[in-house]
Design a binder for this molecule. Structure first.
Ligand code: C2E
Ligand code: CA
Ligand code: CA
Length: 726
């Protein structure tokens, strides 16, 4: 190591000069922390390596890829200037965090890129505040315990009310409780409140209950930090949050409030149960200047307060008219269930992993915050068109959906994302957040795992689950559903023609809707049972019509877990076969692993009964659930469908290739045929051919077709089948 290298090393910097657009050269290639980090991220440096390809650098640090746009502008500029990336975090395979910062500068016409490892200093600065953070953590713990108790109480009261206990009985049970409780009607009229509430708000105990409009006051006070609040409670969901509130004497205090609606059997909200605690003491000791104060303890991301400071700053500056700004409101799906199933520690681990993934998906000048619970927000700046936000959303959904290992299990999360944007020089942060929230809610209602842009119709009426359910029921009666058929092309010859039946809703107002827009609601409401029966019957009818036309096609129908477990399923299935005259061996049922989650033995028994009719079974979406290859041995299935997400990654991801190959090998041993779905490119097809997959389904051959289109394409499909067979 020469003196220069030694000095650079001492500064904790790796220095690179730009050789070309494709390559950098390391000035201090011996830099130990950099070597360690590269190795930890899966890109070990060779011993004598001095060059570093730009593409390798960008794969190592996706964050740098975006920074290079600004860096290049700096290097090409005529005047000397510097671009600085701001600090970002990388975590290596051992979980060690590196706080890094990149700088681009021009020295004697030479483009120089410096990456500084700020972790050592970071720690020093942090240790000074360690004490403050300890206190904050302790508070956080106390608050978290308080939250648990508060939620418990909320649940208890709601359960009592739903079990038809009179309001009076409930009132007696909560009188002495240390948490403040209020039960009111949707218009705010108070029916019950307890002593703790009187104490916190210094209410005059002789006051006329009906004249207290605490609910309105809370909604107003909390709305500043939680613009989504009204939407949440009007749509009948539970809400919790913290905000500053004023008592009747005018002094302010921090409260933590939970609001839960009580619904009558017809779905109308009859009451709100509100539980509050004064948390001023816990919040009061928060050292607002300490690093960490504006950050969430679990995810280390900026918290809600920090988010507001950031976005309000943006609102105060005049934004460039060339660019717009976008908000992506991310809410994880089913997080509560996972949290309950796996425990809080696993839940926290999940949240912090997701936080890292989200941060890695965005550009360095974008802002990511953890709003609390399972909600995140991304502020995307410098967009030219709203379509760019869709790309970010897609990237986020894909990153969140990558498998995760928790408690030795592999699981995959999904999220719902709402998007709002503004191209005005001055933004209205509250309105933007509200819009993103409404869009997120719409995405969730429409089936989760997707993103939606805000559109003003969302504001007019919050899509109400009950209303959607009613619409679905009407649609079933009015026969607005249609089955499309997507051919599966054989790669191994001799087999008959096959197609998967995929449902669509011909909506009178919104046009042809994909299943993502309604299946989840049908599942939640139980409507999936009659809907699914209709699908089976329709599939049988189609199969018979084709047969009568001299065309033999096996048809696979998707069966949801709920439908399969319905006691009448088997009878309905045999009725459909008998009444339509569909040969059982031409019908296939696609089921997912979730069907086996509970009560494995009785599901296996049912499947055996179904197979004894001659009906075949395909295991759908293989690889996305809690699947383990070992467990496949126990399941009586004829086909296995490798999920689209693996096929999509085949060309880039060795792991997906390895998984796909081992699934195919195992399936062969178990005598199960493999179908690959979502095949779009020739590369994918070639890989699958080499791996000897039996069938391929995907846009590369056909999109889902109407019945008539399938009939017309029959000869071509047959030909394709023969051509592609080995
Ligand atoms: P799935 O069972 O995984 O169905 C395959 C989905 O992948 C279909 O989407 C199909 O159109 C799409 N697809 C096929 N090839 C390609 C490709 O090359 N590229 C891409 N990007 N996509 C491709 P679709 O029709 O929107 O259905 C979505 C999901 O809705 C289905 O996923 C299935 O889980 C559910 N579904 C559809 N019909 C029914 C039904 O009748 N009953 C039930 N319970 N669920 C259904
Ligand atoms: Ca399917
Ligand atoms: Ca599938």
């Amino acid at each position: 190591m020469n003196i220069l290298e030694g000095i650079i090393e001492e500064l904790n910097v790796i220095a690179l000069t730009k050789k070309s657009n494709e390559q950098f050269e390391m000035i201090n290639p011996g830099c130990s922390w950099f070597k360690q980090l590269c190795e930890g991220l899966g890109y070990p440096l060779e011993n004598n390596q001095t060059n570093l390809d730009t593409s390798d650098l960008c794969s190592l640090f996706p964050f740098i890829e975006n920074f290079l746009i600004d860096a290049n502008a700096t290097w090409e500029a005529s005047e000397a200037s510097t671009a600085c990336s701001g600090i970002w975090t990388e975590v290596d395979h051992l979980g060690i965090e590196f706080q890094l910062e990149a700088k681009a500068l021009l020295i004697h016409d030479q483009a120089v890129l410096l990456i500084e490892n700020k972790s050592p200093n970071y720690d020093q600065v942090h240790s000074i505040y360690q004490k403050a953070r300890d206190i904050a953590l302790l508070n956080e713990k106390l608050i978290s315990e308080l939250n648990q108790r508060q939620r418990q109480l909320q649940n208890d009261i709601e359960r009592h009310l739903l079990r038809d206990k009179s309001i009076q009985q409930v009132a007696e049970s909560i009188q002495g409780h240390t948490s403040a409780v209020m039960i009111c009607q949707p218009n705010g009229e108070v029916e019950v409140l307890n002593k703790a509430l009187v104490d916190i708000y210094k209410l005059d105990s002789n006051i006329d209950l009906q004249r207290i409009s605490l609910l309105d006051q809370w909604l107003e006070e909390a709305e500043r930090a939680y613009p989504e609040l009204k939407r949440v409670i009007e749509s009948g969901s539970y809400w919790e949050g913290e905000f500053e509130s004023q008592n009747s004497l005018g002094s302010k205090h921090w409260v933590r409030l939970t609001i839960g609606p009580i619904r009558k059997p017809d779905g109308i909200i009859s009451h709100y149960v509100c539980v509050a605690n004064d948390i001023s003491e816990l919040r009061g000791t928060e050292t607002t200047n300490a690093p960490g104060a504006g950050y969430d303890v679990t995810t280390h991301l900026p918290n809600r307060k920090h988010f507001w400071a950031h976005i309000n700053d943006l609102a105060e500056t005049e934004l460039s008219s060339d660019y717009g700004i976008g908000l992506l409101y991310i809410d994880l799906d089913y997080f509560k269930r996972i949290n309950d199933d796996l425990g809080h520690q696993a839940g926290d681990f999940l949240l912090s992993s997701i936080a890292t993934r989200i941060s890695r998906c965005v550009k360095y000048h974008d802002f990511v915050a953890h709003l609390g619970g399972d909600e995140f927000i991304v502020v995307v700046q410098y967009i030219e068109q709203t379509e760019q936000l869709e790309i970010v959303a897609e990237r986020l959904l894909a990153a969140i959906h990558q498998p995760m290992f928790v408690n030795n299990q592999s699981l995959m999360m999904t999220a719902s994302i709402g998007i709002s944007s503004s191209f005005e020089p001055h933004i209205d942060p509250k309105e933007l957040l509200k819009q993103a929230d409404l869009a997120m809610y719409a995405a969730k209602e429409l089936g989760k795992g997707q993103s939606r842009f805000y559109d003003p119709s969302m504001k007019k009426h919050i899509p109400h689950k009950l209303q959607r359910e009613r619409e679905l029921l009407d649609a079933l009666e009015r026969q607005e559903f249609v089955l499309y058929l997507q051919p599966q092309i054989s790669l191994s010859g001799k087999e008959s023609l096959r197609a998967e039946a995929l449902i669509r809703w011909q909506h009178p107002k919104h046009g042809l809707l994909p299943p993502a827009d309604f299946i989840a609601i049908a599942e939640e409401s139980g409507l999936i049972v009659p809907l699914g029966n209709w699908v089976i019957r329709q599939a049988c009818e189609m199969g018979v019509r084709l047969l009568n036309d001299g065309k033999q096609v096996s048809i696979a129908a998707n069966i949801s877990a709920k439908q399969l477990k319905h006691p009448d399923f088997f009878n309905k299935l045999t009725a459909s076969l008998n009444e339509t005259g569909m040969p059982a061996n031409l019908l296939e049922l696609e089921i997912t692993e979730s069907s086996f989650l509970e009560d494995l033995a009785s599901v296996i028994c049912l499947i055996k009964k179904i197979r004894s009719l001659g009906v075949t079974i395909a295991l759908d979406d293989f690889g996305t659930g809690f699947s383990s290859l070992n467990y496949l041995r126990q399941l009586p299935v004829d086909f296995l469908k490798i999920d689209r997400s693996f096929i999509k990654e085949l060309h880039v991801d060795h792991e997906s290739q390895a998984i796909t190959s081992s699934v195919i090998t195992l399936a062969r041993v178990l005598n199960i045929d493999v179908i690959a779905e979502g095949v779009e490119t020739n590369e994918q097809l070639e890989f699958l051919k080499r791996s000897e997959v039996n069938f391929v389904q995907g846009f590369i051959f056909y999109r889902p077709l109407t019945f008539e289109a399938l009939q017309q394409s029959y000869a071509t499909i047959k030909k394709l089948n023969d051509e592609n067979s080995l």
